[in-house]
Write a protein that binds this ligand. Structure first.
Ligand code: HT7
Ligand code: ZN
Length: 883
């Protein structure tokens, strides 16, 4: 397959000033007529300057093509191949091209282009789905005005939607009707959308800051409308927040959201017609957890925020994807931090970054935030582009401050509104607005790998000076053996013996610059920073707030970590100290278990846990995070070869030790945090549930298979009046197994068998179970009527959960997990190659395993690679995974 390289970018030869599209909807044979107003994008001094017009197209049946009203002849005027259609010798100057194609929405199992989701016509065009609808320059730097006519049956498609404003509706013969939509904003083809079906609508209004009345409509399948309230509320709050914090207002009179049940990702920001996976719209207390509510709030906000960062200013090419995604993730994270608890949001973000992006950056698929090449762009919607991309934006925010960052945003939008821009354009706007040099900072966009930072400190009692030496390195990644130093904002603090922050100013700075947290600017491989006039510190607190996405190499003593865990004024650093301490104990326990011993755990750590449990001042959501041990996958990232059994046993041993020693405190926390008011998904109530369910989890580690602990879980489940409290014990029961667990799982199944989203939870609960027979169970569940390989949510819930979130059973020593995994990837590749490729990535982490597992994993990758008719998507991931 062809490798597309960033350095080969060339501007388009033609502009498409307007596009009229007319759809005649039929499930198996939809006709699409298009009229393109084509104009040369380059000076054409003579006929010799005229270039061929290349249009992308895939899986299309060409019905007719005419230029300025004259039919074209294949061979003479145009040629067609697998990737598109070329008009070989167009006339000089502007012209009109009319094309008719036929497509098959019903047979479109890729869910890219126009497809049917449970009888609803819907589109997904990012990144390259528009070419599966009609022939067109399907690239983000071709911005066009769209005029769309949709004709369809009135009974099955009473709702006909596209982007922009509704211009006209009317009746047709044979029970059909039509709607015409006009989008006044030129847009790239990836933002085109069409939806047609029998949908229920929840409508409310929003008045923008400047007084524009906007109709907000959320469309869902009938019967689901009662679950749209939270999404609507989230949308309104997001719209207001974007006005207040970023000064960005909505620009049309209508904003539509449609939720469908079959969707390749979470949601899509099509101009004024966002299309969502049901999962990120539908919620009520009985069926959605607090986490689901938070997810909906953030994804609804994320897609809305794209209206400015992505749609009004879009990407020049797909290498610039992080320009819109990194920035928009940063914006949705800030929204969540402003409306929820900032420290808890930061902790959860970092947990996710470490679980997904750090492993990617350390593996065979590592790539820069702005990649240099790809075979299939769909493979680059990655944690690196999204989440590390957001960290890069956050570092700019740290370096420039809120005012400086917003100045940069204003300049960026002023310069590039209505354009397709690059990551360099964004950084240039930030630099110019603040009159700073960000050349070195740009390395964050081009250099892959997670940097490592090592800090050592020395105190000179005579002069009262603390000197910090900071070294940075970055490990080699594929194609990048050598790395250069990065510009890193690195936040540090010093704590005195009482746990108070020591006010800090760097040598040479005036006293006005003194602060409790100092953001050091790292630029070289090794730098020294001197803080004069300070008392001897008791502990050093670094990378406060996770100011940079780096790994810390520095060793801190157990005492220092326990002290920071109890005292650090920076909540993130306080949580981090607990994680580092826990990780150290767990890795020691793994070694002990491997040597046949019985692990022991520091009482200082257990005491620190007790302090957290007993601290009434502590935010409960923070306490829940602080009491959660690092997960098995994250522990596994810190060791090589990875021993999944020992890790599981070590973590269980620490959980049990904590539960046994702190039983009374856990019981107390469990009891006092019972929520008695009517359900609300946020605030103190959600925090109480998080803390109470964390306590429940520890208490279940007390001889879980018998007596009181088991009873408590079953009672908790039956007493619950909301999904959060039902899921928490059920997840624990699924690990324990036995009669009580089976009965409760059956109860859950029977109660929710008609709710698609809840059945996904039921599948996932069983796929993540630590029980030895989990793989057999997963295979049995594939036969359940609710499961289908053609439905991405089902695949993710059952197979995705097993291969990504159950290291213990996935890495079974006999290779059965790997074999199952490869089999499903191969079958799925013939159905939906995007989903198959995403599912495949865990096989690429073979280098972390012991010899025998490495051999088994590589053999499966080779088996995949040798299969006939492999998609580009799967080929790229499998071949890179073996390099
Ligand atoms: N910009 C979107 C990314 C996307 C996507 C969404 C749904 C299905 C397929 C997709 N391919 C790419 C979603 C976002 O990041 O906001
Ligand atoms: Zn996005």
């Amino acid at each position: 397959p062809t490798v597309i390289r960033r350095e080969d970018y060339t501007a388009p030869d033609y502009a498409i000033d307007s596009l009229a599209l007319a759809f005649d909807l039929e499930p198996g044979a939809t006709r699409v007529k298009s009229r393109l107003a084509v104009a040369p994008a380059h000076e054409q001094g003579s006929a010799a300057d005229v270039r061929p017009l290349k249009l992308d197209g895939e899986a299309l049946k060409l019905v007719s093509i005419a230029l300025d009203g004259q039919p074209l002849a294949e061979g003479r005027d145009y040629r067609v191949d697998d990737s598109g259609l070329t008009v070989t010798a167009p006339p000089q100057g502007s012209f009109t091209l009319e094309i008719e194609t036929e497509i098959d929405p019903k047979g479109n199992s890729e869910l890219s282009g126009l497809y049917l989701s449970n009888g609803i016509f819907c589109t997904q065009c990012e990144a390259e789905g528009f070419r599966r609808i009609t022939y067109f320059p399907d690239r983000p730097d071709v911005l066009t005005r769209y005029h769309v006519t949709i004709r369809g049956p009135k009974d099955s498609c009473p709702v006909l939607l596209s982007n922009g404003n509704l211009a006209e509706t009317g009746e047709l013969s044979d029970g059909r009707h039509y709607a015409v939509w006009d989008d006044p904003f030129p847009k790239p083809s990836y933002l085109f959308a069409l939806v047609a079906g029998d949908l229920a609508c929840h409508e409310e209004g929003f008045t923008t800051h400047s007084g524009r009345e906007v109709a907000l409509r959320i469309y869902v399948e009938h019967g689901k409308e009662s679950r749209t309230g939270w999404a609507m509320d989230s949308l309104k709050r997001a719209m207001r927040w974007d006005e207040t914090r970023f000064g960005l207002e909505y620009d049309l009179d209508l904003f539509n959201i449609v939720a469908v049940s079959d969707f390749n990702m979470g949601a899509m920001e099509n101009k004024s017609l966002n299309v969502f996976n049901d999962k990120y719209i539908l919620a009520d207390p009985d069926t959605a957890t607090d986490g689901d509510y938070a997810g909906i709030e953030s994804v609804v906000a994320h897609e809305y925020f794209h209206n400015w960062t992505g749609n009004r200013v879009t990407c020049r090419d797909w290498f610039q994807l992080s320009l819109k995604e990194g920035l928009t993730v940063f914006r949705d994270q800030e929204f969540s931090s402003d409306v929820r608890s900032r420290p808890v949001e930061r902790i959860q973000t970092v947990r996710a970054l470490r679980a997904r992006q750090f492993p990617e950056d350390a593996g065979p698929l590592a790539h820069p935030v702005r990649p240099d090449s790809y075979i299939e762009i769909n493979n680059f919607y990655t944690p690196t582009v999204y989440e590390k991309g957001a960290e890069v934006i956050r570092m700019l925010h740290s370096l420039l401050g809120e005012d400086g960052f917003q100045k940069g945003m204003r300049l960026y939008i002023e310069r590039h509104d209505g354009q397709a821009a690059t990551c360099d354009d964004f950084v240039a706007a930030m630099a110019d607005a603040n009159d700073v040099d960000l050349e070195q900072f740009k390395r964050w966009y081009s250099q892959a790998g997670t940097p490592e930072v090592e800090v050592t400190g020395a105190y000179d009692g005579d002069s009262g000076t603390y000197e910090m030496t900071v070294r940075q390195t970055c490990p080699p990644t594929p194609g990048q053996p050598e790395k250069q130093p990065l510009q890193i904002p690195f936040a540090v603090g010093l704590l005195d013996a009482q746990g108070q922050d020591i006010p800090l100013a760097l040598e040479g700075e005036d006293s006005g610059a003194t602060s409790a947290t100092k953001v050091l600017e790292l630029r070289e491989s090794e730098q020294r920073f001197r803080f004069p006039g300070v008392p001897e510190p008791r502990a050093l607190s670094y990378n406060r707030g996770f100011s940079a996405p780096v790994n810390l190499k520095s060793e801190q003593s157990a005492e220092e970590l326990a002290f920071l865990m109890a005292q650090d004024s920076d909540p993130f650093a306080r949580w981090e100290a607990g994680q580092r301490y826990a990780l150290r104990l767990l890795l020691q326990a793994v070694e002990t278990l491997q040597a046949g011993g019985v692990p022991e755990f520091d009482t200082a750590f257990i005491d620190a846990f007790r302090e957290i449990l007993r601290d009434p001042q502590l935010d409960k959501a923070f306490a829940a995070e602080a009491l959660t041990l690092p997960g098995e996958s994250y522990i596994g990232e810190q060791m090589q070869p990875l021993d999944v059994d020992a890790i599981h046993r070590a973590r269980e041993a620490l959980r049990r030790r904590l539960a046994e020693t702190l039983t009374d405190d856990l019981q107390e926390v469990y009891t006092v945090n019972t929520v008695t008011e009517a359900y609300s998904p946020e605030g103190e109530q959600a925090a109480q549930r998080a803390l109470r369910n964390t306590a429940l989890s520890y208490l279940s580690a007390l001889a879980p298979e018998e007596g009181a602990a088991l009873e408590r879980l079953v009672d908790h489940y039956h007493a619950a009046d909301n999904m959060t409290d039902r899921m928490a014990p059920l997840r624990l029961l699924a690990d324990i197994g036995g009669e009580a667990a089976e009965a409760t799982l059956q109860d859950f199944h029977d109660r929710y068998r008609d709710n698609d989203l809840v059945m996904d939870k039921w599948l996932a609960l069983q796929a993540v179970s630590a029980r030895p027979d989990t793989l057999e169970r997963v295979k049995a569940l594939e036969e359940h009527p609710v499961f289908s390989l053609s439905r991405p949510n089902k695949v993710r819930a059952l197979i995705g959960t097993f291969v990504q979130a159950n290291p213990l059973r996935y890495h079974a020593a006999d290779g059965s997990g790997y074999r199952f995994h490869a089999d499903r990837v191969l079958t799925l590749d013939g159905i939906n190659s995007q989903i198959a490729a995403r599912l495949l990535t865990p096989l690429g982490r073979w280098a972390r395993m012991g010899e025998e597992r490495q051999r088994l994993m590589k053999a499966e990758l080779e088996r995949i690679l040798s299969a006939p008719d492999l998609s580009r998507d799967v080929y790229e991931i499998a071949s890179k995974s073996l390099e």
